[in-house]
Design a protein around this ligand. Structure first.
Ligand code: PLP
Length: 302
């Protein structure tokens, strides 16, 4: 029998059933596992409400389309599954992932068109890419010499699990004593890191890469916040040098919102503490979580 304590660690939706996260599994022959042939999206729940779920669903279905995957559920049906995962878990702040895998073609076939795609989902406690101390003092970011997989090979705008470059870059950064990593493209521009977009600030104006990376929903939120706050922001190529000599650097991610960076490759950024522009964006990001225009309350039932 499943106890509510087991559901409290997180809940997954697998093959039409809701199960405790520790019991969730996928068939070993699913190409999602064998070939990273899958797409996914992550939406958060904060204070009992989804944040920008419409944007995440729209991006998820676009990613499915790009990889010729069909989750077999409408946005309204996906929302019901995600809400049920959160409701069963009882979590008020959660990291909620929806996944569509290739599944498997009939045994012996290598034709992806014959595969029956599968939809999975899960809700677990909210995930922070930076811990409390890192959020207060800022992260130490390393610029990796690992090149992000080229956009012409794997389209970074469609979310995917082709993460070996990001993971190897992260190993390098952690081994060197940094907290996290940002990768570069073939031209030496910075693109993105494992689960986040990157921004730099110079003389009050913000810049963020415009190509070679996922168009993060938090990145979009930063762009909208900057417009609202009257902060200049450009989407354009960003060089390694610009990042190193910026007044401020920050990351954007569903895993914690706007996260300050105060060191790049061991060198202090600005005066070595989180900057004023970053601070305004952090405050606005959390303030927007109370805005009904961006939130959908989870139905926790009676
Ligand atoms: N870039 C990559 C490679 C990611 O995987 C993610 C999120 O998982 C992001 C950027 C940030 O996207 P979002 O703000 O939608 O979380």
């Amino acid at each position: 029998m499943v106890t509510s304590a087991q559901f409290g660690d997180g809940v997954a939706y697998v093959a039409g059933q809701y199960v405790p996260i520790a019991q969730a599994s996928i068939p070993i022959t699913d190409w999602g596992f064998l070939r990273s042939d899958a797409t996914y999206d992550v939406v958060t729940v904060w204070d009992g409400a989804f944040f920008r779920i419409d944007a995440h669903l729209e991006r998820f279905l676009k990613s499915c389309n790009r990889w010729r995957l069909n989750p077999g559920l409408s946005p309204a049906q996906i929302t019901r599954v995600l809400s049920r995962c959160v409701r069963l878990s009882g979590l008020r702040s959660a990291y909620v992932e929806m996944i569509c895998t290739r599944g498997q073609p009939p045994w012996g076939s290598r034709d992806p068109r014959q595969a029956v795609n599968r939809f999975y989902a899960f809700a677990v406690p909210y995930v922070w890419l930076a811990n409390e101390q890192q959020r207060a003092s800022g992260l130490h970011l390393m610029i990796s010499d690992v090149q992000r997989i080229p956009a012409r090979s794997v389209d970074p705008k469609a979310k995917n699990y082709h993460w070996n470059d990001l993971t190897m870059g992260l190993f390098g950064a952690l081994d060197a004593g940094a907290d996290t990593v940002v990768l570069v493209d073939g031209a030496g521009h910075v693109v993105e890191g494992p689960g986040f977009n990157v921004f730099c600030v110079k003389d009050g104006a913000v810049a963020t890469p415009d190509a070679g990376m996922l168009e993060g929903i938090t990145r979009r939120t930063v762009i909208e916040m900057a417009r609202t706050l009257g902060i200049a922001l450009q989407e354009r190529p960003v060089t390694e040098q610009e990042l190193r000599t910026a007044d401020e650097v920050f990351l954007s991610t569903s895993g914690g919102g706007v996260l300050p960076v105060t060191r790049v490759d061991g060198q202090a950024i600005g005066n070595g503490t989180p900057g004023a522009v970053t601070g305004r964006l952090v405050d606005t990001y959390w303030a927007w979580h109370a805005d009904p225009g961006y939130t959908l309350p989870v139905d926790y039932g009676p």
